[in-house]
Design a protein around this ligand. Sequence first.
Ligand SMILES: Nc1ncnc2c1ncn2[C@@H]1O[C@H](COP(=O)(O)OP(=O)(O)O)[C@@H](O)[C@H]1O
Ligand SMILES: [Mg+2]
Length: 227
Amino acid sequence: MLQVQNLTAGYGSLTVLNGVSLSLGNGARLGVFGHNGAGKTTLLRCIVGAVRPRDGKVDLDGTDTGVATVAENVRRGIAFVPQGHNVFPNLTIEQNLRIAGLLFDPSFVTQVYELFPVLAERCRQRAGSMSGGEQQMLALGMALMTKPKWLLLDEPSTGLAPVIVRNVMRRLADINERTGVGLIVVEQNVPATLKMVEQAVILRSGQIAFQGSAEELGRNTDLWKWF
Ligand SMILES: Nc1ncnc2c1ncn2[C@@H]1O[C@H](COP(=O)(O)OP(=O)(O)O)[C@@H](O)[C@H]1O
Ligand SMILES: [Mg+2]
């Protein structure tokens, strides 16, 4: 279980998150939306322990992630895919996956290949020569090499063509169903994400402006009033 409890955080004198609370059961799928600067990335950084809360905390199965290092939180099961394609362009796909899984079980690469057959087909290709969508799949595969309980994704659809976005969203739902990994997806593409998540949150100026089911948010014809 992942619980964000009355979280307040920021940078220097800037307060970015102000009293944010969320409670997610294992395997949940949450979409996090909001304008630029609303605090979405900061929320993910707090969960993985890269930003220390000023007040409140993030609790993973009874452990406070805000007092542990990022590496410890990754070992406890939180994987974070930051914005952009975080692959080593000069290494092959297989080398990228093995590096990502170095502290875990490198043989898990075969399971990642089952989830992403395209990566298996191209295992000896240089990552930098793949398309944006394929690099995003590789970044996802690299995150999965740590066998996470929670996968945090910061705007995974950025820069991808609509058809590729649908494909990435489908893969995410598929991975959630097959491995039980929980998903927290920060996205600008609200409609595409709502098809894939069960729960939704809209952040506005660091506070929760909407919290409910994805279905409820999707039914809102004036969805943008929350932004
Ligand atoms: N490392 C940082 N140092 C100082 N300010 C930052 C830093 N990262 C983000 N901010 C500021 O915090 C606010 C929220 O940023 P962020 O969490 O990235 O929002 P979002 O992801 O919703 O666009 C913005 O005003 C941004 O400029
Ligand atoms: Mg951001």
